[in-house]
Design a protein around this ligand. Sequence first.
Ligand code: ADP
Ligand code: MG
Ligand code: ZN
Length: 610
Amino acid sequence: MQQMKKPKKPLIFYYCIGLLIMFVLNAVVFPQYIRGQIEEVDYGTFLTMLEEKNVSMAQMEKDYIYFADNNEEEPSYYSTVAFNDPELVDRLKASGCKFGKVKEKETSVFSTVFSIILQVAVFVLIGQLLSRILMKRMGSGMGNAMSFGKSNAKIYVASETGIKFTDVAGEDEAKEQLQEIVDFLHNPEKYQEIGAVMPKGALLVGPPGTGKTLLAKAVAGEAEVPFFSISGSEFVEMFVGMGAAKVRDLFKQANDKAPCIVFIDEIDTIGKKRDSGGVGGNDEREQTLNQLLTEMDGFDGSKGVVILAATNRPETLDPALLRPGRFDRRVPVELPDLAGREDILKVHAKKVKLGDSIDFNAIARAAAGTSGAELANIINEAALRAVRSGRAYVVQEDLEESIEVVLAGYQKKNAILSDKEKLIVSYHEIGHALVAALQTNSAPVTKITIIPRTSGALGYTMQVEERDQHLMNQEELENKIATYAGGRAAEELIFGSVTTGASNDIEQMTKLARAMITRYGMSDEFGMMALETVNNQYMGGDTSLACAAETAAAVDEKVKVLLKTQYKKAMELLQGQKQKLHELAKYLYEKETITGEEFMKILQESAEDR
Ligand code: ADP
Ligand code: MG
Ligand code: ZN
């Protein structure tokens, strides 16, 4: 959402303005002798001028004497009477000039009062300005002590965001559900006639970068009603009770503006489960959550206040938030499928200049498992790469390379592998690729490279599924584990020693093997017993054991056996094709990057030779 914000001026700017105003007022409204404006001369000069009868008038004030020459009436010089000159009066008399004490300027009552009022006004103005600036700077911290419990939810009106549902690609189910809410806000009678009540709240859940915030903005763009947008973290306050006050204020504003939409992004920051007992519970957060629950119950759904919220950690939310009458509609915003990825690429590709014959489908297939945000990033990286290579448009190759950039990091230009290392990496990668190719039911290899990446990978083998896979059977999973093992197996087979290069493979294959046993029910011993629960479905997916310690030990044993079996399988496959392994590794070593076709060609050639 574009909200024009004036650039912040430094604090000193306001100080200067204040000072300037005071200065001008002092000079204009209360003209006094500003010594800087008239010339200072020393006392001796004054006496000389006096003796020469050049002084036309003189005025005395404490240690100063102001005087003028050339018959002027206003003083244009001043001098300090450095010592008490007892003859001063006599000298003045002798020179025949007019003299007296400093004239009081027209001090009418009016001007005195006026001056006081003005000065006070200036002070108040500066004070207010400063306090406002300070409050802005301190954000939700101390500053809010002055505006207790004001929610600073931004209000957006339809025309302002400019984002429409068409800007969100894929996610059709989510769009459909939100469309209904928009429709309700536009013609509530249609729903009321039949007696349907809109859900009070809808919760967008899904992994990061899938477009939850974007969808909410699109709702704001489509619904021609006020849209309050606030992030959960903005409720988190320094003082107890303040977050709750903010919630109250937000809902008060929303009620006044109904029909309207309230969007709370990252609601997990305030909506975490309230835990019973335990010392030092987060009072402030709980109060805020309680207030939110109360407010959601409090308002009348038919009035047309719809609450949207987004989170990527739905499992941490307090169950009270999810019960009917609150966020009773749950809108999943999952990672896009193949068609979705293609659409998202196309939406973002509109923003860049493209060459002819771009195959978005191929890019979408290669970018399996990426989120919308990553896809947007792929397009941008491709455009940057096009500029770097001096082209005015993006070509297929830019897109292909940028997938790797986004998934694996930039090519590490200055990472110099020794020849020996390069050779080991070549065998390692070909090991993966060969094992994958020699098994049935594993995704075809599309690219193998041994160019190091900034992510730390020294090389990698890219496999691309023909289509999205929603189900995997036990054999496919085992093949996948064997493919992971292929790298290390090749190293051992050829060099007789192993390297650290397989650390990531080890991590991945262990995760997979463990999941097969504890979550997918793919072991004879435990059968369909759930042994682990996923804590963070969308954020890394870490798990915690849900079984006795002995069972855990038995699980570890099972995982070990499974991994060993698959490693052995990979080893045997490679042993059977040792000749091809050498041939392909040599080829990769020389070319550094080879395509899936090149790989398959060599593999099949040598097969025919036999
Ligand atoms: P989330 O809130 O789910 O973490 P965002 O809505 O902030 O993700 O998405 C980040 C960016 O990714 C968006 O601004 C948009 O450029 C891009 N993006 C994500 N999903 C989509 C989508 N379905 N269609 C188009 N662009 C998307
Ligand atoms: Mg977001
Ligand atoms: Zn590997």
